[in-house]
Ligand binder design. Structure first.
Ligand code: MN
Length: 268
């Protein structure tokens, strides 16, 4: 591998957000990959947003399997998701950070849902705990091909050109890209342990630069917590899928006492 391609990403301009001191609890979820094909998953997500005891639910990317522009919100499935978020946002703060699947979710959709936009990365200060929040894809620097695509697709010029295409064509292109990516994995003999992961040194560099002791990210679908270096812990969020196999869904919850993993809230 050409090491020049693997330069650690510079820390983007940092967005800092302090949780109101009266809050008691903040939930983090990510990688729900919601689509009409996952009815149980969307129901569990809706029940959690509406019934959690948390003051805020922060969704750290890949909420939707695909998002190719805010005109997608007019489709029936997406409209039902908007209704859920708008109702939840009337009760508590619902935050949204872009993932690699839904980075085109825009201000129109944020407004329709009442979502708080969280730039990637965001530094959360809650009860004196400094937590760095990121989707995680920017730190997966071993995935050189993806990083090239990401750099291009995050430019205003690329987004203007793509969003000018008809919705059906954007959906077609997104589907083709996912199929090609799946085929690469299948051909390579998919091994979760070889799947690109957050680069530990790059993660620690971001944490060091921001004075954060905890890093929370999704994207890799390998939930777990570990110490990267002394004083720098990372917590990987669970993906959600309750429509296949045994199913999995998990919430990472922050309180004054720290982080713990809990099951999603269910309808009361
Ligand atoms: Mn992702």
């Amino acid at each position: 591998m050409n090491t020049a391609d693997r330069a650690p990403p510079a820390l983007p301009p940092l967005y800092q957000w302090a949780a109101p001191p009266g809050w008691r609890c903040i939930d983090f979820i990510s990688d729900l990959h919601l689509s009409a094909a996952l009815p149980r998953t969307v129901n569990a997500w809706a029940a959690h947003l509406l019934n959690t005891p948390a003051d805020a639910v922060l969704m750290l990317g890949d909420l939707f399997e695909v998002w190719v522009g805010d005109d997608q919100r007019e489709r029936p499935y997406e409209r039902s998701c908007i209704d859920v978020m708008a109702e939840a946002a009337s009760r508590r703060t619902i935050g949204f950070m872009h993932g690699n699947r839904d980075f085109l979710l825009g201000q129109t959709m944020l407004n329709a849902c009442g979502l708080l936009a969280l730039p990637d990365p965001t530094m959360l200060d809650a009860w004196g705990q400094r937590v760095l929040l990121t989707h995680g894809d920017a730190l997966c620097i071993d995935d050189v091909e993806y990083q090239r695509f990401r750099a291009t697709a995050r430019t205003p010029a690329w987004q203007r050109a793509f969003l000018a295409l008809p919705l059906a064509e954007r959906l077609r292109q997104a589907g083709a890209a996912r199929a090609a990516s799946q085929q690469r994995k299948d051909t390579a003999g998919f091994d979760p342990d070889l799947w690109a992961d957050v680069d530990p040194a790059a993660a620690v560099a971001w944490m060091h630069a921001t004075g954060c002791t905890e890093l929370i990210h999704g994207h890799t679908h390998r939930p777990g917590s570990e110490t990267l270096t002394p004083g720098h812990a990372r917590h990987v969020l669970s993906d959600w899928d309750l429509d296949h196999g045994e199913g999995r869904a998990e919430v990472l919850r922050l309180t004054r006492d720290g982080l713990k993993r809990v099951a999603p809230a269910t309808a009361r």
